[in-house]
Design a protein around this ligand. Sequence first.
Ligand code: PLP
Length: 394
Amino acid sequence: MTYLDHAATTPMHPLAADALVAELGRVGNPSSVHEAGRAARRAVEESRELIADRLGAHPSEVLFTGGGTEADNLAVKGLFWARSGADSRRRRVLVSAVEHHAVLDAALWLGEREDAEPVLLPVDGAGRLDLSALEAELGNHADEVALLSVMWANNEVGTIQPIAEVVALAHAYDIPVHSDAVQAVGPLDVEFATSGLDAMSVSAHKLGGPVGVGALLLRRDVDVTAVQHGGGQERGVRSGTFATALIRSFAAAIDAAVAGRREQGGRVAALRDALAVAVLAEVPDAVVRGPAVPGSPLDAARLPGNLSITFPGCDTDALLYLLDSLGVQCSAGSACQAGVTRTSHVLLAMGLTEADARGTVRFSLGRSSTRADVDTVAGVIGDVVARARAAGSR
Ligand code: PLP
């Protein structure tokens, strides 16, 4: 099997799997005061300290959630409710047009149900936020803005956003900034404190941990209204019994991902570049999407494992089906859309035509990727594209 869908979910790191299995044998609710409860609580707090350390944060800033989607919803809705509650003029929710649906749909839902005004900020042809559009929006409406959310790195085309500039612009007007760093943590050097961000989302299963756990990193002085109520865990912002085993495994995964980042990043980027060269040699009219520089298929302002590529005249469903039948697993845009292939809002926001967006495939590489994966794709892609084109012209 040639698994090239690491951005959708990546295999668990052996150390994270070991930690998960070891913890599953434990009994004790970390909120109970007896010895078993206190021992479980220690496991949670040690994990919190490790995660905070590896992400350049204070342990009290790490709030565990059920994954990236929950962290994004808590940030967008919680910041909106806190800010608009304190000042009813603050109804504008600024998000980049290329956000994951966990941010985008949360902002649109606030518009439909809570009288918010979602504002989608444009990007350039490589998927990079248009900073002058952000500057203009802030210059005209700063008093009406509740929050700004701009992802650290894009899940479909791998574009890394200028987070430092975004934070500087928004903070000049005291506007809190959230970033979905789900795809960034692991491959990139992500430091919460130095980023200046107010809130940041992380998900374990994108970096070698288990599905079903993540975190919202939230500065102590930032007010967020709880979305979910109950036992008052996590500063009262996210109630729910601590998932001790998942949290322990998440910490082991972050530890391993950060320790191996430099070596893995270089290795994975080199494989990804080799894949781009091989695919372009077989299909010369294919077009690489996202940041690129002349002379090299891809550049540094992009996730090391991402290759987004348009095959003109093809339909993604046909491409994915043919590749899958040959054992090659990859995605059209984002896989996190409940199995429905919708035309990617990310590619459309970058200015692609509907037809080009519908012929775009995302290969994403990770820790278990090898040269053999590249060779397998190189060996089949020419024929697959020819068959997809023939199917489309019928
Ligand atoms: N944000 C981004 C950028 C993602 O790529 C994903 C998943 O693809 C999510 C959020 C959702 O994270 P989770 O699967 O942990 O809910």
